[in-house]
Design a protein around this ligand. Structure first.
Ligand SMILES: [Zn+2]
Length: 228
């Protein structure tokens, strides 16, 4: 194949790809039905139930599924979770390729990159559920709590996490770690609810739900905290 012809093919494939992308962003397109928030929560609860009972199905991890999702992706939920190695969302919710759109960062907080990622999933991939997932014994929240209590400063860029978690720490200064972890989840949920221009409008219209969750390291169970 000559170079010019190859370039044309690449351009054509890109255009076709963009067209699919545009259709995926259109909630009214019959080929791209979005998953309603209540249904998405049910799917997560069912998956977590399989995980906690030791009946993992490992869905969507076949070569067929891998091939299927090369064309496009239609995740049914965004998960904002901690980087902690003990809380991998695909395993905790027993999901596979193309199911979950995940933003992970220590302390499950939001910055501009995280927000941009979430907005992409909501606005372009038509995802209608966001779960902010905190967890038992979160080291990031614990470090923030200890650093702020000591009026100290965390080393390097870890301080940026302390700053992000600070509102929850200050609101629960006299409480235990678990209470601060849940307050941090709530704080992030509220930040997403009120995030303009994309998320707030969709939350207000009922098109999008943002909920908090708490993962127990002991039991593997996810408890949903806030729903809107
Ligand atoms: Zn953590």
């Amino acid at each position: 194949m000559k170079k010019a012809h190859l370039a044309f093919c690449v351009a054509l494939v890109s255009l076709v790809g963009m067209n699919q992308f545009a259709r995926a962003a259109d909630p009214t397109h019959p080929d791209q039905p979005s998953v309603a928030p209540a249904e998405a929560i049910s799917k997560l609860k069912e998956g977590n139930g399989r995980y906690t009972s030791g009946n993992l199905q490992h869905p969507g991890q076949t070569t067929e599924r891998r091939s299927e999702v090369t064309k496009s992706q239609h995740p049914f939920a965004v998960i904002v979770s901690c980087s902690d190695s003990r809380v991998p969302p695909e395993i905790v919710f027993d999901q596979g390729l193309g199911d979950l759109f995940i933003f992970r960062v220590a302390g499950n907080v939001i910055d501009d990159h995280g927000l941009g990622s979430i907005e992409y999933a909501v606005d372009h991939l038509n995802v209608r559920l966001i779960v902010v997932l905190g967890h038992q014994s979160c080291g990031a929240v614990q470090a923030a709590k200890e650093t702020i209590a000591a009026k100290g400063k965390a080393p390097g860029h870890i301080e940026s996490l302390v700053t992000a978690i600070k509102p929850a720490v200050e609101a629960t200064a006299k409480d235990d770690l678990d209470t601060t972890i849940k307050a941090n989840v709530k704080h992030v949920v509220q930040a997403l609810w009120s995030s303009t221009p994309i998320l707030k409008a969709k939350v207000d219209s009922g098109e999008l739900r943002v909920v908090g969750g708490y993962y127990s390291l002991d039991s593997g169970a996810v408890t949903f905290l806030d729903e809107k």
